[in-house]
Ligand binder design. Structure first.
Ligand code: HEM
Length: 468
């Protein structure tokens, strides 16, 4: 080996060992750390290949609290009660600090603007989409869903994820952002879907790396921001004075003092409202159709509420949804099985979890996906068992213990009740109108991403025809 190279390697190794020794001296009780041997890069490669598998294997090998070092960051995972409680409740961890960089990379909102506005926007969204206000959306959402479902005709064969996407994107967007200000012709919708899909697909990479490496992603973001510039100025122009007549987008505009960032915030809201809800609706339908006993029971329930007809544009109310609890359980069970791979907070002051001290600066992580597979909390965790939701007090809007797909504590997803309602409604509307047959086996979920709901790994075609 070349002498200069040998000197360089020795220097690098000394530096790494020195840093590790220093870290251990400063934080003697830090959890076991999986760091690899490449400086700064850490185990990014192994982790990136299949992050969901990686964290489960690490839990088995290193115990319930462990740190993964990758791309210069320390990600400390907690997998049991004590750590989860700290994740949701501790004042020493911070949500805003954990997500700010990702927000800056993906929708170009600077740190100062983000910190100034986040709380007010969160409170506004949480209030507008709280359970007592959901009736405001119900009529429009039902009408919009019908309009796009009509376009499916009397029968056909389609990839189910595409089918759900074509209906849910425009219906939800028209409901939350306002109908007449959003491009809604067929070609505009498909262009929008194409760009949104690209934006969503690489969102996780874009949140962590310079976007110059993601050229197609950047183009789609640009297209979406340009479209949202027009949408937000139309929403501002037509903003009514009465609060009840405003769309969620118009409430957002009223709450945001930095108006020139309105398209950026709208893109963030658009992503948050679609990225998880669309695949969850897909999974709910796939799970139902692939379980004949559950499908049969659901159809009996639907017939008992709406009678035999499925052809008309049946208006569905919140009371109707209440009479169809099994479908709501199916939605929640699909969410349980396809929950975000990880959610994050930043450790601001060292915190003690079990016998470990997690140092300030670490990203503290929990994995709803794996938590929901712990048989201690969910017996037969890999099985689709909607009946387990009988035990939840859904009348009082309480989930089952340790069900955390929407986060917890002060930062729970403000759109969660809207999401559950829109998926419930879509499933009722679909199954009331059409009979479905699965043409492919149920695809596996992709383990490639930690952010958000898992996407299917392969196609899943269905044949549908109007119910007799
Ligand atoms: C099944 C569907 C959904 C899932 C699984 C989901 C999950 C989540 C999660 C895990 C978070 C972060 C919580 C944390 O880190 O503690 C979040 C935040 C958020 N979600 Fe959802 N979400 C869904 C649907 C929606 C919908 C339909 C909307 C809007 C209509 C929405 C709006 C938001 C917003 C605005 C935030 C950021 C809140 C903040 O600034 O603190 N989500 N969601």
């Amino acid at each position: 080996m070349d002498a200069a190279l040998a000197v360089l390697l020795t220097a690098v190794l000394t530096l790494i060992i020195g840093k590790l020794v220093l870290f251990r001296l400063r934080c003697p009780n830090a959890p076991p750390c999986i760091s690899g041997w490449i400086p700064w890069f850490g185990v990014a490669f192994q982790f990136g290949k299949g992050p969901l598998e990686f964290i489960e294997q690490a839990r088995v090998k290193y115990g319930p609290v462990f740190t993964v070092f990758a791309l210069g960051h320390r990600y400390t995972f907690v997998t049991e009660e004590e750590g989860i409680e700290a994740f949701f409740m501790s004042k020493d961890v911070n949500f805003e600090q954990a997500v700010q960089q990702a927000v800056k990379h993906t929708v170009s909102i600077p740190a100062k603007v983000f910190y100034k506005n986040r709380y007010n926007l969160y409170v506004m969204l949480k209030g507008k989409m709280a359970p007592p206000n959901l009736h405001i959306f119900m009529k429009t959402l039902c009408k919009e869903l019908h309009e796009f479902v009509e376009q499916l005709g009397t029968e056909g064969t389609e990839e189910l994820h595409d089918l759900v996407r074509h209906i849910m994107y425009p219906a939800a967007v028209n409901t939350l952002f306002g109908k007449d200000i959003w491009p809604t012709s067929r070609s505009e919708i498909s262009e929008f879907e194409e760009h949104f899909q690209m934006f969503d697909e690489d969102f996780e990479y874009a949140s962590q790396m310079p976007v110059c490496f993601l050229r197609n992603w950047s183009k789609s973001r640009q297209w979406l921001l340009k479209t949202l510039e027009k949408v937000t100025s139309a929403a501002a122009r037509t903003n009514p004075s009465k609060s009840e007549s405003k769309t969620v987008l118009q409430h957002l505009l009223d709450t945001l003092p930095d108006k020139h960032f309105a398209p950026n915030y709208s893109l963030l809201l658009l992503w948050a409202s679609q990225a998880n809800a669309v695949p969850v609706a897909f999974w709910t339908l796939v799970f139902i159709i692939s379980h004949p006993d559950i499908y049969k029971k659901i159809m009996e329930d639907i017939i008992s509420v709406f009678g035999n007809a499925g052809k008309d544009k049946t208006e569905i109310s919140q009371d109707d949804l209440k009479k169809l609890p099994l479908i709501k359980w199916c939605v929640l069970e699909a969410i349980r099985l396809r929950s975000p791979g990880a959610i994050t907070k930043k450790v601001m002051n060292p915190i003690k979890i079990q016998n470990f001290t997690i140092p300030a600066g670490d990203m503290l992580m929990i994995s709803p996906y794996w938590l929901h597979r712990n048989p201690k909390y969910f017996p037969d965790p890999d099985m689709f068992k909607p009946d387990r939701w009988k035990a939840a007090n859904l009348e009082k809007n309480a989930f089952l213990d340790n069900f955390v797909p929407f986060g917890g504590g002060n930062h729970q997803c403000p759109g969660r009740w809207f999401a559950i309602m829109e998926i419930h409604l879509l499933v009722v509307l679909f199954l009331n109108k059409y009979e479905f047959i699965l043409l492919d086996t149920v695809p596996k979920e992709s383990h490639l991403h930690l952010v958000g709901t898992q996407q299917p790994t392969g196609p899943c075609r269905v044949q549908y025809k109007l119910r007799e």
